[in-house]
Design a protein around this ligand. Structure first.
Ligand code: PRX
Length: 651
């Protein structure tokens, strides 16, 4: 029997449009050639990419040194990330980009700022000097706990300029979570703001920093950006206003010539259990990976206005708001607030006003918009869009179709990109001029990436059987370790199969070799001996016109071992009652089979999610089986959702 059974049959497919085939950075012929080279000799492929897409001060001596699980890429090469994102756009044939917008920023209250590549370079050099003035040296760790404001991008780039290692801690995390991360990384300096705007009100940050660093000797300096103007407590020996320090800083700062394997950043990712892991990324391989993928799969052009809605507190924000985009000399839009403030059409309004051409967001946002109704996007002129992307969770085929029709006007290719904090850059994705897309599938590995689906025994699963997603060869953007915990690094990613990266996701491949991600392995449900992933049952529910979003989990059952419980958010205006529950149970049985028919349907107006939009099925499992909520809930977006679900349960 398959390790995970695949039930979903998706028949629709979409060929690349003539528009893309004509003008793309990577046309079909290029993609075929790179796929061949990447399969035969991945090192040669990545070396070619490193040469074409990244500027080096000193060339490397060896492309890859691989002593599993330790990889070194472009050994002996020297470079600087901020040089690649900024300086190289100010010289030679690209010198005209000095006055091109690097960052178009919009605050939630509607204030805007545009930083050209020239201005951003100046600000980055100044802040790099500020850091030096505070005693920061190459290899020191800097914690950034900030709202989505330009200063966050400036601070990350300034760290890379001098070889300091940034650790961005998402502004929605608590003081306690911040403290753990500062302590684990041993950060001497914390950069923050008085606060930022969220849902129309100031959301304070400085008090959380004060609480987090109280009694932590390691923190010597706290730099504070004035954003909201709200009053803050002040520790004069430790705290500095950003604007005061910047006023005195010189705008001249030569980029440090850093080793290709010099640590670039740490980013903490919380597993479902245990303490967060500090994922470590380094310089040359990471930059090659994100710059190449961004150019190829977003088809970045000189005239694009690119918008990725992710917060810089997540890997998507690191790789595809800042580094991969700016390194290509492309304008990156940054937005501070929530998608629905002051009205449910905020995103579409931003796209129309700034003439955004490439839009990259998460399925959770897409499903929210489905629920809010089509009238909001339809009020706006979205004709500037030419490509759409999705990341973070499996996108259900019906949500994909909505995105395609309502946002993409049936003309924009959709790139459903699979990757992880650990992978650094995108791994499995369509290439817009070459790949026929199928709703719900991330399609094929990027050239040079060797992905597969393994059985428990470590052999490739027979399509369409599901199994465990693995990466069989090292890739340039791969994590280099878990900060301070080499054992956990080996144990988590490299112990299930020999010399093979274990991603922790379930997946299956179809007859064309396309990958379909089925959800996290931890969420797989065992129903009468059939192992079923969450994505397919949820997709079946969402394919009913009355459903906007759903999450399914297993609860213990005397007869079947596990029974499926489906939490369902209906679309606006739909009445949820027993008839609808019955209809949905039958709908699932009809679409993917009686084995997946949910035992219970529970209606809810919201699902518990992390701030990055992932459904926390672990918490739903506790509710479904009537258990107390245990484990870490610090990443939960809105705790009241859990309380409401529990009340509904008791009522
Ligand atoms: O389960 C997969 C899901 O998100 C996980 C990685 O989460 P994180 O490290 O927070 O990074 C998110 C942004 C890259 C994966 O293990 N995931 C991410 N993208 C997709 C996805 N699942 C299905 N399809 C995707 N496109």
């Amino acid at each position: 029997m398959a390790d995970i059974e695949s039930l979903l049959k998706e028949k629709r497919s979409f060929k690349p449009s003539a528009e893309f085939v004509k003008n793309a950075n990577w046309n079909k012929r290029t993609v075929d050639e790179y796929r061949k080279l990447g399969a035969k000799n991945p090192e040669r492929f990545w070396a070619k990419m490193a040469k074409e897409n990244v500027s080096w001060f000193t060339p490397w001596k060896k492309v890859l040194q691989w002593k599993p699980p330790a990889a070194k890429w472009f050994v002996g090469g020297k470079l600087n990330v901020s040089y690649n994102c900024l300086d190289r756009h100010l010289v030679g044939e690209n010198a005209w980009r000095r006055n091109k917008a690097a960052i178009i920023w919009e605050g939630e209250p509607g204030d805007t700022r545009v930083l050209t590549f020239g201005e951003l370079h100046r600000e980055v050099c100044k802040f790099a000097n500020v850091l030096k003035g505070l005693g920061v040296k190459k290899g020191n760790r800097i914690a950034l706990y900030m709202p989505m404001i330009p200063e966050l991008a400036i601070a990350t780039l300034a760290c890379t300029r001098i070889g300091a290692i940034h650790s961005v801690v998402f502004g929605g995390f608590s003081a306690e979570a911040l403290r753990d991360r500062i302590e684990d990384a041993g950060a001497h300096v914390v950069v923050t703001a008085d606060g930022g705007y969220r849902k129309g009100v100031p959301h304070a940050l400085k008090p959380a920093v004060d609480e987090a660093v109280a009694g932590l000797d390691v923190v010597e300096h706290v730099v504070v950006v004035k954003r909201t103007g709200e009053e803050v407590a002040w520790e004069s020996a430790r705290d500095h206003w950003w604007h005061d320090l910047m006023q005195e800083a010189s705008a001249k700062c030569a980029p440090a010539k850093l080793d290709s394997e010099h640590p670039l950043f740490i980013l903490y990712t919380s597993g479902t259990t245990g303490k967060p892991k500090g994922i470590l990324h380094t310089t040359g391989g990471y930059l090659t990976h994100v710059t190449t993928t961004a150019k190829a799969l977003f088809d970045l052009n000189e005239t694009d206005t690119y918008w990725c809605t992710a917060d810089i507190g997540w890997i998507t924000g690191h790789s595809y708001v800042i580094y991969g985009i700016l390194a290509n000399g492309v304008t990156s839009l940054m937005y501070e607030g929530v998608p629905t403030h002051p009205a449910p059409d905020r995103f579409w309004d931003i796209i129309e006003r700034h003439r955004v051409s490439i839009f990259y967001t998460a399925p959770t946002a897409i499903r929210t918009f489905v629920r809010l109704g089509d009238e909001h996007p339809q009020k706006h002129d979205l004709s500037s869009l030419r490509l759409l992307g999705s990341v973070g969770e499996p996108i259900n085929p019906e949500a994909w179709m909505w995105y395609h029709r309502i946002i993409g006007g049936r003309r924009c290719p959709i790139v459903d990109t699979w990757w992880q904090t650990e992978t650094g850059g995108i791994m499995i994705t369509p290439l817009p001029a070459a790949t026929e897309t199928k709703p719900g599938s991330a399609t094929l590995p990027f050239p040079g990436i060797d992905a597969d689906v393994y059985t428990e025994e470590g052999v490739p699963a027979n399509p369409p059987d599901g199994g465990f997603l693995v990466i069989k060869k090292p890739w340039p953007g791969m994590l280099r370790g878990i900060w301070g915990d080499p054992e956990r690094f080996k144990e988590t990613y490299w112990s299930k199969y020999e010399n093979t990266y274990f991603a922790g996701d379930g997946a299956h491949r179809d007859s064309k070799g396309y990958f379909w991600i089925m959800g996290r392995i931890d969420d797989v449900m065992n129903i009468s001996g059939h192992r079923i992933g969450t994505m397919e049952v949820e997709s079946a529910l969402v394919s009913n016109v009355k459903v906007a979003e759903s999450a399914v989990v297993g609860r213990p059952d005397e007869i079947t071992g596990t029974a499926i419980v489906a939490f369902v958010t209906p679309k606006g205006g739909v009445t949820s009652n027993d008839d609808l529950a019955r209809e949905l149970r039958e709908h699932v049985a009809k679409h993917i089979g009686a084995i997946a028919r949910p035992a219970d349907i529970r209606f809810t107006d919201a699902l518990p999610k992390t701030r990055s939009g992932k459904i926390m099925r672990r918490l739903l499992r506790d509710i479904a089986s009537g258990k107390e909520t245990v484990g870490d809930t610090s990443t939960l977006e809105d705790y009241s959702v859990i309380a409401r679900l529990r009340e509904a349960d008791e009522g």
